[in-house]
Design a protein around this ligand. Structure first.
Ligand SMILES: [Zn+2]
Ligand SMILES: [Zn+2]
Ligand SMILES: [Zn+2]
Length: 162
């Protein structure tokens, strides 16, 4: 993901008790919706939370198994689809990559908003601006929205400084 030569400190990944806490919260949210966080779904979320940034699907597949063995694409895509429906993972189209939701208490259908670095490919989830204007425009056009994702792109502080 870090294509450029710039100096980065990408230490947003979770580990230890914060990782366990995030997985437990995700499990409770999934169970509250009457679903299950199966081992495969949990593994996909675990890998994304540890990465702390955008990860391409083929990188997830590559080391998916508990011993680092690769997984088949449909297995991983099904898990990602499920996690996205529950609002636990977002897809960043510009990077064609997936990222764990950065909001511990985000609801399932929240508007996801990202700052994306065009140079190093890092991304950060921010508080979404009110999406009322988007919803009003959709209503006026007769669109039934199922989700809103905003992607603002430019340079991260590390890349902008160099
Ligand atoms: Zn989110
Ligand atoms: Zn950058
Ligand atoms: Zn850069």
């Amino acid at each position: 993901m870090h294509a450029c030569e710039h100096n980065h400190d990408h230490a947003h990944g979770l580990k230890g008790s914060s990782l366990e806490g995030a997985l437990d919260r995700a499990e409770r949210r999934v169970e509250a919706a009457g679903e299950r966080l199966t081992p495969i779904r949990r593994r996909a979320l675990d890998l994304l939370l540890r990465a702390g940034g955008p990860v391409k699907a083929y990188d997830l597949m590559a080391g998916f198994g508990p011993g680092g063995e690769p997984a088949k694409p449909p297995t991983v895509y099904r898990a990602l689809d499920f996690l996205m429906k529950r609002g636990l993972v977002h897809k960043i189209e510009r990077l064609n990559a997936f990222m764990a939701c950065g909001h511990a208490e985000g609801d399932e259908a929240h508007t996801a908003a990202f700052l994306v670095c065009d140079c190093c490919g890092d991304a950060r989830e921010i508080e979404p601006p009110p999406s009322a204007a988007v919803e009003a425009a959709a209503k006026a056009s007769g669109y039934a929205l199922t989700g809103v994702t905003l992607e603002a792109h430019g340079l991260c502080p590390d890349c902008a400084a160099q």
